[in-house]
Design a protein around this ligand. Structure first.
Ligand code: ADP
Ligand code: ADP
Length: 227
């Protein structure tokens, strides 16, 4: 699995009124294979912008993203995103959501079912496969989002405050699940959060960002998350 290199990223948004926002300035960060890095910072410091650039949804003003030494541009299956709110397909049931990536790849149904059965068991939703997404609680929807992301077999998982919209108890349960997934799958993960506690719990390394312009303020190695 690849190493992810974020090299000298800067992002300026030019606004229609002629002014501009320097959302990121010279952000560089390297993740080793299987590393779990949490990114913490105040609102507006460029966390989401950073993740969107790494995911390939947004082209930076300057700088580049490399996977295993190869320049990557635009989204692809190697980088999977989990959003704050699952961004699930409301008109599909749970299995169809998890199934989406493999289905697009033309994988036969029997094989897809095996994958979604397994992943829905991993996230504890084996009894909810045929439920509509809107019938599920917020925490359950985020579990579907995790399973859907994993079904695409990304090497790098990008999480943009995946637990931010959940109540405290559900959030705590989900933190355990994210750790379990990280330990079991060996994925490289960037987790964005504005919860200090979550950043401490769910990172091997903590990146603290500062705003105006968004940049890396400090890095810490953390002792809490262990494989
Ligand atoms: P965070 O996720 O840390 O809250 P964002 O990445 O959302 O920060 O935003 C960083 C800065 O860039 C903010 O000042 C925000 O207003 C600005 N910004 C983000 N996206 C856009 C955009 N599409 N157009 C203009 N400004 C933007
Ligand atoms: P989570 O922590 O996954 O969000 P909740 O605390 O919301 O879960 O709910 C706990 C349990 O209650 C769930 O694992 C599920 O078994 C059940 N549950 C919650 N919401 C629903 C629902 N809308 N329909 C059926 N069962 C539900």
């Amino acid at each position: 699995m690849p190493e992810l290199d974020i090299v000298d990223l800067s992002m300026r948004f030019d606004l229609p009124n002629g002014t501009s926002v320097q959302a990121l300035q010279d952000v560089s960060l390297s993740l080793k294979e299987g590393e779990l890095v949490s990114v913490l910072g105040p609102s507006g410091c460029g966390k989401t912008t950073l993740l969107n650039i790494v995911a390939g949804f947004l082209a930076p003003t300057s700088g580049r993203i490399e996977l295993n030494g190869h320049l990557v541009k635009g989204p692809d299956a190697e980088r999977g995103m989990v959003f704050q709110k699952g961004a699930l397909f409301e008109w599909m049931n749970v299995r169809e959501n998890v199934d989406f990536g493999p289905r697009m790849k033309g994988m036969p149904k029997a094989e897809r079912d095996k994958i979604s059965d397994h992943l829905l068991e991993v996230v504890g939703l084996q009894d909810f496969k045929e439920k509509a997404v809107y019938e599920l609680s917020g925490g359950m929807q985020q579990r579907v989002a995790l399973a859907r992301c994993l079904a695409n077999e990304p090497d790098v998982i990008l999480m943009d405050e995946p637990l931010g919209a959940l109540d405290a108890l559900t959030r705590e349960k989900m933190q355990g699940l994210v750790l379990k997934l990280w330990k079991e799958t060996g994925k490289t993960i960037i987790l964005i959060t504005h919860s200090v506690e979550e950043a401490l719990l769910l990172g091997e390394r903590l990146i603290v960002m500062a705003p105006r312009p968004g940049r890396i303020h400090k890095e810490y190695n953390l002792p809490f998350a262990e494989r």
